[in-house]
Write a protein that binds this ligand. Structure first.
Ligand code: KIV
Ligand code: ZN
Length: 506
């Protein structure tokens, strides 16, 4: 009989904590709702003890999400566990995930504790978490560099103390598939009370083996995998959810397991994470990269035209890439627009739909084809915007190879219209200098990137900007057929978000 593999998504914890992937509370909530629609079993919403912002985000997600378990991470100490519980206590299915290192390397150099001390801390923490909730996960950090018999011992004790899931993390991405599969088998065969817990794995991708190791673990009996959308996470990332889900589906013949993932929601989820974080997926990324289903070679194209399965092991539609060639334009009506929005995984009310449709029509007047990426950007820009303290009223830039780039910008700031002029080394620099002058911001620009979001000459430019100020960072996006305007919008969007976050933090 087929067994279920539980999908534990840690995009909002291990993914979000890595550099460049910061999200604000509302953005985390949107990702969480999308993960719920995707069908993940557990959402690890964050690490409440890490910061007030993390705490609030976990709390909001716990109060909103109904279909999935919501997990909060806690180190193996009373304060972390109490704080984790405080954040998730209103969840329909709350899970506390507590962890401590088990490798001799970490014990000697980081924790400075003996193995016996580590066991008693683990037991105490699991018991404390168990007083709060039935679902308790215990992780042995750096498990793959730990002594296997010590792992057996600590897992037995953790299960006796009430752990319902024991997790084997490859924290530093050191394991190779054969070895990792054997470790999982060893745990399964030697932990006396293992029938009372689910075996979980959590693989990092330092050697590019996170997915392969997770799959080897499933083969050996792991029934929970921890993973992230687009494989984002510490250093080289975590195991990628989309890869694991599609391996188990496409090679069903090799594994008698299934997941609850609605694979058609994979691509919209991947796009949502990209548009929120501003970090694009590499084009050759399996399943969700721009080239994942693009066939360039003549021989392949010839085969595909004769019969799809000659070179296609899964269809783009099965991962939610819309039937692509149906592009909207200025003659497309509200009905087609509404349908496309649904296909893209957005759930808009009538008012939001009207707003987005108006923007779509304006864009369709400017460019011939409106692609899915354009529509996503309209929705991000129009529907999910933060309050606009700073609004762009007017922008005029002169530049070229015989003139000094000069920008004139008019902004509305709290209802008052102000204007300034500045020169710069280029048109974006000149524009940003004026905005900086008008807003009097103390923030630092730490990232600026510009991409064309679709392929035509009249494509929209998509600009991402990251700002930092006193430990708070904000990613802003701007989209326009003119990249200088898109740059100004992105900068203002980041400034508005920063302002919003500063106010929230009091
Ligand atoms: O990589 C790791 O070991 C972790 C643990 C907290 C599970 O992220
Ligand atoms: Zn990790």
């Amino acid at each position: 009989m087929e067994e279920r593999v539980y999908i534990f998504d840690t995009t909002l914890r291990d993914g979000e904590q890595s550099p460049g992937y910061t999200m604000n509370t509302q953005e985390k909530l949107r990702v969480a709702k999308q993960l719920e629609a995707l069908g993940v079993d557990i959402i690890e919403a964050g690490f409440p003890q890490a910061s007030e912002g993390d705490f609030q985000a976990v709390k909001l997600i716990a109060e909103t999400i109904k279909e999935c378990e919501v997990a909060a991470l806690a180190r193996a100490n009373d304060e972390d566990i109490d704080r984790a519980w405080e954040a998730i206590k209103n969840a329909k299915k709350p899970r506390i995930h507590t962890f401590i290192s088990t490798s001799d390397i970490h014990l000697k150099y980081q924790l400075r504790k003996t193995r016996d001390e580590v066991i008693s801390i683990a037991v105490r923490s699991v018991k404390r978490a168990k007083k709060y909730t039935d679902i308790v996960e215990f992780s042995a950090m750096d498990a793959t560099r730990s002594d296997w018999d010590f792992l057996v011992k600590i897992f037995e004790e953790a299960i006796d103390a009430g752990a319902t899931v024991i997790n084997i993390p490859d924290t530093v991405g050191y394991a190779v598939p054969d070895e990792f599969g054997k470790l999982v088998k060893y745990i399964k065969e030697n932990v006396r009370n293992i029938s009372n817990a689910i075996i979980s794995v959590h693989c990092h991708n330092d050697l590019g083996l996170a997915t392969a190791n997770s799959i080897a673990a499933i083969r050996s009996g792991a029934r929970q995998v921890e993973c992230t959308i687009n494989g984002i996470g510490e250093r080289a990332g975590n195991a990628s959810l989309e890869e694991i889900a599609m391996i188990l589906k496409t090679r069903k013949d090799m594994f008698s397991v299934y997941t609850g993932i609605n694979t058609e929601k994979i691509y919209p989820t991947s796009r949502l994470v990209t548009t929120i974080t501003g970090v694009p997926v590499q084009p050759n990324k399996a399943i969700v990269g721009a080239n994942a289903f693009a066939h360039e070679s003549g021989i392949h194209q010839d085969g595909l035209l004769k019969a799809k399965f000659t070179y296609e092991i899964m269809t783009p539609e099965s991962v939610g890439i819309p039937k692509s060639t149906l592009v909207l334009g200025k003659h497309s009506g509200r009905h087609a627009f509404r349908e496309r929005i649904k296909e893209l995984g957005f759930n808009l009310n009538e008012r939001e739909l009207n707003l987005a449709f108006k923007r779509f029509k304006a864009l369709a007047d400017l460019k011939k084809n409106v692609y899915d990426e354009d529509i996503e950007m309209i929705i991000m820009d129009e529907i999910y915007k933060v309050p606009e303290k700073y609004k762009l009223v007017y922008l005029n830039v002169t530049c070229g190879n015989t003139t000094v780039p000069t920008a004139t910008v008019k902004l509305e700031i709290d209802g008052v219209v102000l204007q300034e002029v500045s020169t710069g080394v280029g048109p974006v620099d000149a524009t940003y200098k004026v905005i900086k002058k008008l807003v009097k911001t103390q923030s630092r620009l730490v990232k600026y990137s510009v991409n064309s979001i679709t392929k035509d000459m009249d494509a929209q430019g998509e600009v991402f900007v990251k700002l930092e100020e006193k430990g708070i960072s904000a990613v802003g996006k701007g989209v326009d057929t003119d990249i200088i305007v898109a740059s100004a919008k992105a900068y203002l969007n980041a400034l508005n978000k920063l302002e919003f976050m500063k106010q929230k933090k009091g």
